[in-house]
Design a protein. Structure first.
Length: 303
């Protein structure tokens, strides 16, 4: 099994899962991997070992409270959709199958929630409660680091506003984390069982169906016209989800044109994300949106 750069991509995707997920990241990766392994089959000892580790993580990681059951149910449905799409369309690129799995899982869960009446309000409250508890734990850590002195009201207020914003768009964040988690799980399965490091492509090759731009446009329309809180929230989540994907697509275009990031370029990128993230993200998103119509990489390759 020759070494490759796939593990770096998988590690980067797992970092996305850890940052964006409101669920338990190991669970969100482990359960889809278990579904893939159970349905597609495993043959090699390394795959069986990974299967055992994934089973332990799925069962033992995180609490089995209300939101814990919801997380595991989502991850199982997500893995089921991805595996079904892989069986039906094995030659289709990973991103298409991953987006299809997220859409299928969202439709399935939405139907269940709609049939349960107030189930959405319960999930919404549980997510807000978990985020609030996370912020409280962070504030306690800061206070302990400061020798028992309370943190500044400005920091506490900023963290509270962050929780409010994340609660509104947590479906979009979960969607992004789910795509990344499927990438990690699929890379693990292909790498361990098929000894292939190409389960997920390089970032410079990242692209998706151009027609998805209408989801972004529709989200913007819902935000502008303000037809009630519910539709406004749908618009916010559509813009956040697709905006992040287009920003990533913009980064892919830049990497393709530049031939990759040097060490200096990586350092500058990190500083930019720390000090001026809105500027960098907006610029990357504009490039990604432009690539929808201009297909910049194809033009550059053909010139």
């Amino acid at each position: 099994m020759s070494p490759g750069r796939g593990w770096i991509r998988a590690l980067g995707l797992f970092m996305v899962v850890a940052v964006a997920s409101v669920a338990q990241p190991p669970v969100l990766v482990a359960l889809p991997f278990l579904v893939m392994a159970a349905v597609l089959g495993v043959r090699r000892p390394a795959s069986f070992a990974a299967l055992g580790i994934a089973l332990v993580l799925a069962v033992a990681w995180g609490p089995w409270d209300g939101i814990g059951y919801v997380e595991r149910a989502w991850a199982l449905v997500l893995g089921g959709w991805f595996t079904a799409l892989t069986l039906r369309h094995p030659g289709v690129r990973f991103t298409t199958r991953a987006f299809g799995a997220v859409a299928g899982a969202a439709a399935t869960v939405s139907a269940i929630v709609a049939a349960r009446g107030d189930a959405w309000n319960v999930v919404d409250w549980a997510v807000r409660d978990r985020m609030s508890r996370g912020v409280s734990a962070a504030l306690e850590t800061f206070r302990a680091m400061r020798g028992g002195h309370a943190v500044s009201p400005a920091l506490a207020s900023a963290l509270d506003e962050t929780v409010r914003a994340q609660t509104v768009v947590f479906p979009a964040l979960l969607g992004l984390a789910s795509v990344a988690a499927l990438g990690v799980a699929w890379w693990m399965y292909v790498r361990l069982d098929r000894r292939d490091d190409g389960g997920i492509g390089s970032l410079s090759e990242f692209r998706f169906n151009d027609h998805l731009v209408w989801i972004f446009i529709g989200g913007l329309v819902l935000l502008v016209v303000r037809w009630g809180d519910a539709l406004g929230r749908v618009g916010s989540n559509a813009v956040v989800f697709m905006g992040a994907l287009y920003a990533l697509r913009g980064v892919a275009v830049v990497l393709f044109l530049s031939g990759g990031l040097s060490l200096l370029g990586m350092i500058l990128l990190v500083f930019g994300l720390v000090f001026v993230p809105p500027v960098l993200l907006a610029g990357a998103m504009i490039i990604g949106l432009g690539d929808t119509w201009l297909d910049i990489r194809a033009r550059a390759a053909g010139s």
